[in-house]
Write a protein that binds this ligand. Structure first.
Ligand SMILES: Cc1cc2nc3c(=O)[nH]c(=O)nc-3n(C[C@H](O)[C@H](O)[C@H](O)COP(=O)(O)OP(=O)(O)OC[C@H]3O[C@@H](n4cnc5c(N)ncnc54)[C@H](O)[C@@H]3O)c2cc1C
Length: 433
């Protein structure tokens, strides 16, 4: 992936515009020692850093850009229970008992967001409530079946809202039904990421920005993680680099595909006008394969995400086309300006299940977390926690996830994007049915 393309996508982020970043942590220069080196200063790497430090292990985090530069600082902010894939896939692969363990961890992931906010006083505009939204009668039926099935299989409570009631929950004619989930919610992701970084630092972790980890080699102590101007000598390594790891772990790269997704922020609306759009202020995500996701920010903007790109090129007329998607849902915002447009890449796996494990070709103490498939806000937290557990010697929970089977994307480096585009065209068509 070309970093220049990605840099353009971060330039106009509402999140960056609404935080004051602390002074840069500085790059790694020279050699340092740590128990664990973590590559990646996003939710996953920082969550692991916090738990490892709490367990008495010394951590060094290497971030190629700035903390939260990747997906963690740019996403839709929706903190949602479950995984990107349907739980039936997990049941099929691991059986009902292990699937229940996975589901429970996805709920623990939301609790962990609250724990971190509370313990480290992270003010990140938390708002409870999330709604899945169906755009057709057929999808409404599927949504109802899903609500019933999640209740029957996992005891998970959501409120099904049928066509007659939809208008009480959202000022839009686009949706045929909704499912309201009180446990899930939304937050300002960059404020949360920077809060995690502050917490990790307070606990004693060393964070290095502008430090691109180039290779991991074996040493007498364990491993050396090299960067241009320095190295971390450590006993264990965690790779939490999302789609950006490139040549650091080529095998992992084959199992995920970068898919672009984009967001606009409107200008702030008058408070009552914003409130009338979504009176519960819940985050909303439709159930299409190529989905729209949106919410109100704490300062009464509409944060509207959607579109996908299977090439890493930034779409033409990004702000205008995303504004049009917003107007498809809320035509009454025709007089409202969009002030920010940005985007990022999600790390999708073939089956949309998360991909956690070890990298034996580098070493048995090299772990990785990837494949959140656009559903990583909460899950990255628990992923970091169970990676820390495994590195401290208790791998039972990590190994449940590590047992999930994944396939490489077909087509090799050059062909797999066209293959994915073809597959996605079919899904786009299916969304319209
Ligand atoms: C536009 C967008 C909207 C999204 N919306 C939602 C949402 O609403 N809800 C949800 O649950 N999920 C959402 N997601 C997904 C979610 O943001 C991600 O799953 C999550 O942030 C992944 O966190 P991470 O720590 O794995 O990766 P990242 O946050 O991407 O962090 C990885 C970091 O590793 C660094 N890195 C990589 N390689 C190296 C190297 N060699 N050396 C040093 N550093 C390196 C990168 O610079 C990067 O900062 C969205 C994603 C995007 C892009």
């Amino acid at each position: 992936m070309k970093r220049a393309t990605d840099a353009a996508l971060t330039a106009h982020s509402y999140y960056e515009a609404s935080v004051v970043r602390p002074l840069s942590k500085g790059a790694l220069i020279g050699d340092v020692e740590a128990d664990v080196a973590i590559v990646g200063g996003g939710f996953a790497g920082l969550s692991a850093a916090i738990d490892l430090q709490k367990r008495g292990l010394r951590v060094a985090v290497l971030e190629a850009q700035r903390i939260g530069w990747g997906a963690s600082g740019r996403n839709g902010g929706q903190v949602i229970a479950g995984l990107a894939c349907d739980m039936s896939l997990i049941e099929k692969q691991l059986g009902a008992t292990a699937a229940k363990v996975v589901w429970d961890m996805s709920l623990e992931a939301i609790e962990l967001v609250h724990e971190r906010r509370r313990d480290f006083k992270i003010n990140c505009d938390w708002q409870a409530g999330f709604m899945s939204a169906a755009i057709s009668a057929r999808k409404a039926q599927a949504l109802r079946e899903n609500v019933d099935s999640m209740h029957a299989r996992y005891g998970y409570e959501q409120t099904y809202i049928d066509t007659n009631e939809v208008r009480h929950w959202i000022a839009s004619d686009r949706f045929a039904a909704l499912a309201y989930d009180q446990k899930s919610g939304h937050l300002h992701p960059l404020k949360y990421t920077l809060g995690l970084a502050r917490a990790a630092t307070q606990l004693g972790a060393s964070l290095f920005e502008n430090t691109h980890a180039t290779t991991v080699t074996k040493s007498a102590m364990g491993y050396i993680v090299h960067s241009r101007d320095g190295a971390v000598r450590c006993k264990q390594v965690l790779l939490a680099g999302n789609v950006y790891l490139d040549q650091l772990a080529p095998r992992l790269r084959k199992r995920i595909m970068p898919v672009g997704t984009y967001i606009v922020a409107s200008e702030p609306l008058e408070h009552n006008r914003a409130q009338a759009l979504i009176p519960s202020r819940a985050a909303i995500c439709d159930t299409n394969f190529v989905l729209d996701y949106f919410r109100l920010s704490a300062d009464d903007r509409v944060i509207f995400g959607g579109r996908v790109s299977y090439t890493t090129a930034t779409p033409m007329n990004l702000a205008q086309s995303m504004r049009q998607r917003m107007l498809n849902v809320f035509p009454q915002l025709n007089d409202v300006k969009v002030t920010h447009a940005w985007g990022g890449f999600v790390d999708i796996t073939m089956n949309r299940a998360p991909d956690f494990g070890r990298v034996p070709e580098i070493g048995s103490d090299v772990y990785y977390l990837q494949g959140f498939s656009g559903h990583g806000l909460a899950l990255t937290g628990i992923a970091g926690r169970i990676a820390a557990e495994a590195m401290a010697g208790t791998s039972a929970r990590f190994d449940v996830f590590a047992a999930l089977k994944h396939r490489d994307f077909p087509g090799g480096r050059l062909l797999r994007t066209p293959a994915l585009v073809a597959a996605m065209s079919w899904y786009k068509l299916r969304d319209l049915l």
